[in-house]
Design a binder for this molecule. Structure first.
Ligand SMILES: C[S@@+](CC[C@H](N)C(=O)[O-])C[C@H]1O[C@@H](n2cnc3c(N)ncnc32)[C@H](O)[C@@H]1O
Length: 334
């Protein structure tokens, strides 16, 4: 960053997020539907002030979420596709998760002081887990489809989606691999969402469920592929090492572990910025989570007896995060 102006703009960029969250708080996009609205009518419908709504809508139009036409507004193609509830590509649950984080990020100073996550006093409820799991599904849909097409697992018969939540990845690998039987291991409320999705996609017979906590419990069964996506960052190095040892025991001969996560790329741990910001999310919501350089994760894998590692690079612009999957296998002799 070279100038104070750039610095000021970066600091103040939270305003755009806040404008969007207020639109979501008001359910503005769904209320507008496909119609064109004059501000006074829309203000009446939403029961808000015309002045407030006008300024809000002008800003939403500035960032391309509304389209102004002769003093009226309609929703943009992006909003119609991703933020209207009736769209097949609706991603509102994921946006809802970000919206709920607004208050919690405001408590960051307190969390930095104490090191204790924001929700430490509130035991997790099944409602929270279900809504988080739907958000994960909305987040992972696109990358899962892209990744399942790019990672060949044709010879695999058994696939474990460990911490699979809604099972979005297992469900994406199933159609590309007709002989695959997939299992999702997660908490009961998360598996309810996976069950609903399997039913919607008519693949109930090809998706199994294992309820459990893979930190405290053993992983049942033997698998050709263990898929560990967006879980590594929830845990400390020693907890991940413990999980890798369990995965090693759960792999069939010739089996492999595939890890998807966001990894620090720069030797000083400063890049990508998104990976560092994600560590802040882990500070806010988990007891021990963080983000790590890929070399460090490889070291834990070696310690766990998964010493044949390589990075699979995805096509540019595809996949979650930086488009790389870390693969790990046991030594050839085992
Ligand atoms: C961030 S979500 C990732 C979901 C999915 N793998 C994806 O990439 O979209 C992490 C998931 O891991 C599950 N999880 C975390 N720790 C777990 C544990 N110890 N036992 C079982 N599930 C766990 C959570 O319930 C959640 O569904």
């Amino acid at each position: 960053m070279e100038s104070f102006k750039q610095f000021r703009e970066m600091v103040y960029s939270f305003r755009v997020s806040r404008v969007i969250f207020s639109a979501l708080d008001l359910d503005l996009f769904n209320m507008m539907g496909q119609r064109e609205w004059a501000i006074p009518q829309l203000a009446k419908r939403l029961k808000v002030s015309s002045r407030g709504l006008h300024i809000l809508c002008r800003n939403l139009a500035s960032v391309g979420l509304l389209v102004p036409t002769l003093g009226r507004y309609r929703t943009s193609a992006m909003v119609n596709r991703y933020l209207q509830k009736e769209s097949v590509d609706y991603r509102g649950d994921y946006l809802g998760l970000m919206q709920r984080q607004w208050e919690e990020w405001s408590r960051l100073t307190e969390v930095v002081k104490t090191g204790i996550p924001v929700d430490s006093q509130e035991p997790e409820t099944p409602e929270y887990r279900r809504s988080f799991t739907w958000a994960m599904h909305h987040r992972s849909l696109e990358p899962a489809e892209q990744i399942a097409k790019q990672i060949p697992i044709k010879s695999a018969r058994s696939f474990l989606d460990l911490g699979g939540g809604p099972g979005t990845y297992a469900l994406a690998f199933i159609p590309n691999n007709p002989k695959l039987l997939a299992t999702v291991m997660d908490r009961p409320a998360a598996l309810e969402v996976a069950q609903t999705l399997a039913k919607q996609l008519s693949v109930e017979s090809r998706l199994l469920f294992q309820t459990g906590n893979f930190i405290d419990d053993n992983i049942s069964g033997k698998y050709d592929i263990v898929w560990y996506s967006n879980v590594l960052h929830i845990y400390s190095p020693s907890e991940n090492l413990k999980v890798f040892r369990k995965i090693r025991r759960a792999l069939k001969p010739g089996g492999r572990l595939l890890i998807q996560d966001t990894f620090l790329q720069n030797p000083k741990g400063l890049r990508p910025l998104e990976t560092n910001l994600f560590a802040v999310t882990m500070l806010l919501y988990t007891d021990t989570g963080n983000t790590y350089p890929i070399q460090e994760v490889r070291r834990w894998l070696h310690q766990a007896g998964l010493n044949r590692t390589r990075v699979i690079r995805l096509k540019p612009g595809t996949g979650d995060w930086e488009g790389q999957i870390l693969e790990a296998r046991p030594p050839v002799s085992s």
